[in-house]
Design a protein. Sequence first.
Length: 366
Amino acid sequence: MTAQDSGAVAAPATAASPIETDAVIVGAGPVGLFQVFELGLLEIKAHIIDSLGYPGGQCIELYPDKPIYDIPAVPVCTGRELTDNLLKQIEPFGATFHFGEEVTVVKPREDKRFDLETSRGTRFVTKTVFIAGGVGSFQPRTLRIDGIERFDGTQLHYRVRNPAQFAGKNLVIVGGGDSALDWTLNFVAEGPHKAESVILVHRRDGFRAAPASVAKMRELCEAYEMQFVVGQVTGYDERDGRMSALKVTGGDGVTRVVPADMLLVFFGLSPKLGPIAEWGLGIDRKQLVVDTEKFETNVPGIFAVGDINTYPGKKKLILSGFHEAALAAFGAAPYVFPEKRILLQYTTTSPKLHKVLGVETPNFDD
């Protein structure tokens, strides 16, 4: 599901004059999407900006088809399913999305609102700002071999967007974390995405992945269904303008040549705060410092929720981000409605919230 499919509005890339709004949310990952919902219940209108071209953030970018087990009342769902359900949940609030844009400027105004501008020239005047940018503007750590970047996006991949394109191919997968092991097991397993061959390469015989995944990988190696090589990719062979094989140098100093149609590299992400670092916000180890009452930063009216924030006891879990989004919405309400008393209401029983959500109020007397 896309933002448009959900009933949300995708905005044009630029605006001739500033867009005036109650709230701007930076980041369209799960926590940013749920922030729309919590603000909507309080009748706070929001625009949402993301540097990616679609909603879902890291869930869609890194593990769209991996199972997630710790969403309350949802025994299991994929990152894609979670995103689709959140988009459906926020339909009543008509949030406007601005994809493929990065917030470059945030400046306080004398009237206590903020001037905000994106990399594509879209301008806003907003009463509040919510930063839900995950780990910030993240980029995969790349493989440093001269010339290999020519194959980026064709034979060299740092993430898997379409598993079907790897079916029936000779794959070399590099890395020692969960992503490397998960995709290794995925492409070895019988099914529509099964590869012709899979070689896993890691610089040492130790992993940062789930023990069960490592055990399964070793079992597959013993059954000759895949190979594991301790070493590093140090070069490649080319034929007719395509990568045909990779050179893998082991810990013994011996370089072996292995066939490769596709190379998948999972070295993790290099998080960068980007322009956020210039906004005068309190930062600790590349994370935004917030209080635990409203999840507000040191700048009044700017809130931070999800993985990008830090506070004593912080746990980087999606469900923690949902809790933060709820309290941040209530913290923001006085900036949006300074004369209004904000009451806690329940979606189960509140006729007002039922009206906001576009649902009928049940008659409990029946």
